[in-house]
Design a protein around this ligand. Structure first.
Ligand code: NAP
Length: 248
């Protein structure tokens, strides 16, 4: 059976590394993105150059109609999803909680949390044996921020990842007897563009000295752990977390 993966936020950073790695392991991949169509097209092109199958779908995964459209596009192109990576996520300029507006907090929560719920819902409707599916696997991309709290930087972002952790635990138990495993990774200090959104493109190098391994991480190091959790190699793992934070 064709393995079909949806990677939300697959145009850059961890998501792009995930799409490239998965395509090399025989997954047909949907590369979701929000705005950067050139970056998404470059990921698809790289996959195709290596003999893999991928296509790009623009969708704001915090919006229900966009999520429905994305899953329908995947159904039509490759068949029902068998592996979902809830990777899309944002943070905003570093600031204290006493400076945050409601609009900002809501943007963070809808993009980082509502998106995961909506994509999980659509995946379960296709994967669950209770819905006539053949099973599947979901990995949520959380963050070590859910443990560390990100004081003075983005407690809103950290709290959104705490919600992703709780979703992972609850959902894993809800669908465990329906052929679906739900796990998460908690990266930190990975070299991607996300830190520029916080106003500090060089953040990873600034904090690397406080990481026990004395370095930042690379997107491929996160993607390899996600791929393992998705695979049958992890067949008895559900509701679990892999920390990818250099020992922090
Ligand atoms: P990134 O380089 O900033 O890439 C973000 C990706 O998400 C892009 O593909 C972007 O699309 C997409 N995106 C943003 N909002 C979206 C939306 N509403 N709908 C669909 N796609 C959306 O980020 P990253 O560092 O790779 O982070 C990926 C995940 O890892 C996030 O969940 C992040 O919280 C988590 N994480 C990262 C780190 C780290 O140190 N980098 C640490 C812990 C956790 P466009 O290209 O179109 O903008």
């Amino acid at each position: 059976m064709q393995q079909v993966m949806i990677v939300t936020g697959g145009s850059r950073g961890i998501g792009a590394a995930m799409a490239l790695l998965a395509a090399g392991r025989e997954y047909a991949v949907c590369v979701n993105y929000l705005r950067n169509s050139d970056a998404a097209a470059a990921v698809v092109q790289a996959v195709e150059q290596h003999g893999g199958q991928a296509f790009a779908v623009q969708a704001d995964v915090s919006r229900e109609n966009d999520v429905l459209r994305m899953f329908a596009a995947v159904d039509a192109r490759f068949g029902p999803v068998t592996a979902l990576v809830n990777n899309a996520g944002i943070l905003e300029t570093q600031q204290r909680v006493d400076q945050m507006t409601a609009d900002r907090i809501n943007r963070i929560l809808t993009t980082n949390v509502t998106s995961c719920f909506l994509c999980c819902r659509e995946a379960i409707r296709r994967m669950s044996t209770a819905h006539g599916g053949a099973g599947g696997s979901i990995v949520n991309v959380s963050s070590a921020a859910s443990r560390l709290g990100s004081p003075g930087e983005y407690v809103d972002y950290a709290a959104s990842k705490g919600a992703v952790d709780t979703l992972t635990i609850g959902l894993s138990k809800e669908v465990a007897a329906e052929g679906i495993r739900v796990n998460a990774v908690r990266p930190a200090f990975i070299y991607t563009d996300i830190h520029a959104s916080g106003g500090e493109p060089g953040r990873v190098d600034r904090v690397a000295g406080s990481v026990p391994m004395q370095r930042g991480g690379h997107p491929e190091e996160v993607a390899r752990a996600i791929l393992w959790l998705l695979s049958d190699e992890a067949s008895y793992a559900t509701g679990t977390f892999i920390e990818l934070a250099g020992g922090k």
